[in-house]
Design a protein around this ligand. Structure first.
Ligand code: B16
Ligand code: MG
Length: 221
């Protein structure tokens, strides 16, 4: 069996379904700017920083924008996003997460959050999960956005775990790229079509155990 000593979780789309709120806020901006934008385009933006996401969205249109415009659009998108998440509570934690975290604690596996979002701590507070994590690394703590592995390498350093013995759970293609670049083991949460480069792809974490994952990872080594 593959030895696993720690797990690092992405936030949006793994712990909670905030990915849908990010999409709604980006969609509102796209309408205002008259930029064609749909769920397929949004999928490519998952996991990357706010400004990198904006740049990707603006590239779908045919206008150029100043840095001041871009700051203004990021601020507007974030205000709409924060409005959408304001009433979030425990009920928006994704299926299987609470049981899996409890299982990891029983198995003495350390856990960290590794999110690109600058709102990660706020969201964890809203859903009551802040104290569940041994360490938190978010968009305020990194210089380089996924697919750079910085966020996960910082998480592993805080947990004192080796990347090769640490599983990263991610819902975005760019997040899996980041974890692979950092030599982590990877579990994609979602569909094979987007996450086929992960070691394992699952729909959700319902009924998941660390021994099952270790066995499945062994066959991928
Ligand atoms: P914010 P994750 C990412 O979070 C989201 O997937 C991505 O859609 C978002 O643009 C990014 O955080 C930045 O978020 O605007 O809140 O700083 O999936 O890495 O947890
Ligand atoms: Mg995500």
């Amino acid at each position: 069996m593959t030895k696993i000593t720690a797990c690092i979780f992405d936030l949006d789309g793994v712990i909670v379904d905030t990915a849908k709120y990010h999409y709604q806020a980006w969609h509102k901006l796209a309408i205002q700017l008259d930029i064609p934008f749909n769920e397929a385009e949004n999928e490519k933006m998952k996991g990357i920083s706010r400004m990198d996401s904006l740049e990707m969205m603006l590239a779908l249109g045919d206008k150029t924008y100043t840095d001041i415009d871009k700051q203004k659009y990021c601020a507007a998108k974030n205000t709409w996003y924060l409005d959408l998440v304001t009433d979030m509570d425990q009920s928006e934690i994704l299926p299987g997460i609470l049981d899996f975290i409890a299982h990891l604690k029983e198995e003495k596996i350390k856990i960290a959050l590794g999110s690109a979002s600058k709102n990660a701590r706020k969201i964890l507070n809203l859903v009551g999960l802040t104290d569940s994590f041994d360490d938190i690394v978010d968009g305020n703590d990194v210089v380089k956005s996924k697919p750079d592995p910085e966020v996960f390498l910082k998480g592993a350093a805080l947990l004192k775990s080796k990347p090769t013995e640490t599983i990263v759970f991610e819902d975005s293609a760019k997040g899996i790229d980041a974890a692979v670049a950092g030599s982590f083991r990877t579990v994609g949460i979602g569909q094979d079509i987007h996450l086929g480069h992960a070691d394992i792809v699952v729909e959700n974490l319902i009924g998941m155990s660390i021994s099952d994952l270790s066995k499945r990872l062994e066959s991928k080594s």
